[in-house]
Design a protein around this ligand. Structure first.
Ligand code: HEC
Ligand code: HEC
Length: 154
């Protein structure tokens, strides 16, 4: 009886595996093993040096240049070699804002604050590609313009 049950459940498992085989995401995009996969397009990082508008005042600006091989670790911070206050003359990069030199009590430090050390926590480069999902974000200026266009109370 026991062995029959084991057999039965493994048969059931196998059946389920077949039934769901189509829905399992694979690295090969469901292409059979004897066929070549068409590699997916790898988008390029936008590297046009043109600053992007910020969507709201507190937004960390996106990075308009590639950051490949720019290391940020315990010993070096490549970003600061251009963005530190005393490097901007040579690099012509915008200085990290003054908030980046403040500790959590609002005191100003000589060096970048530990809270702002890992730049990529907040700043990211962009890819030259179409968004995978729609974005329903509405700029507050649009909301204000719409409100102004409507007569009061409507
Ligand atoms: C070789 C110098 C250099 C390095 C290294 C560098 N940047 Fe930049 N960065 C620039 C310059 C110059 C600009 C101004 C726009 C441009 O020319 O790309 C800029 C622009 C930016 C901006 C846009 C600022 C704004 O107001 O829109 C951000 C954010 C930024 N960099 C973040 C970073 C981060 C994060 C790193 C490290 C991963 C980094 N940068 C490394 C030179 C540099
Ligand atoms: C915790 C999030 C955070 C981290 C970490 C961070 N930033 Fe920022 N950054 C911001 C925000 C938010 C702004 C815009 C508001 C402000 O200036 O504080 C900004 C602004 C900037 C600007 C534009 C300054 C200006 O006045 O136009 C530059 C350049 C920049 N950051 C570079 C860097 C670099 C380089 C690092 C790493 C050393 C870094 N940031 C780390 C959040 C962060």
């Amino acid at each position: 009886m026991k062995s029959f049950l084991t057999l039965f459940s493994s048969a059931l498992l196998l059946l389920t595996a077949f039934a769901f085989a189509d829905e399992i995401a694979t690295m090969r995009d469901k292409v059979a093993i004897d066929q070549d996969v068409n590699p997916q397009y790898i988008p390029k990082v936008t590297n046009d040096d043109i600053k992007q508008a910020r969507n709201y005042p507190m937004q960390p600006p996106v990075i308009p240049h590639t950051d490949r091989n720019y290391e940020v670790n315990l010993n070096v911070n490549k970003c600061m070699s251009c963005h530190a206050r005393n490097r901007t003359g040579d690099s012509q990069a915008p200085m990290v804002s003054v908030t980046h030199y403040m500790d959590r009590d609002g005191n100003f430090l000589a060096e970048i604050s530990p809270r702002r050390y890992f730049c990529n926590q907040c700043h990211v480069p962009q890819l030259d590609t179409q968004p995978k999902v729609d974005n329903e974000f509405v700029d507050m200026h649009k909301i204000m313009a719409e409100k102004a266009a409507k007569p009061e109370g409507q």
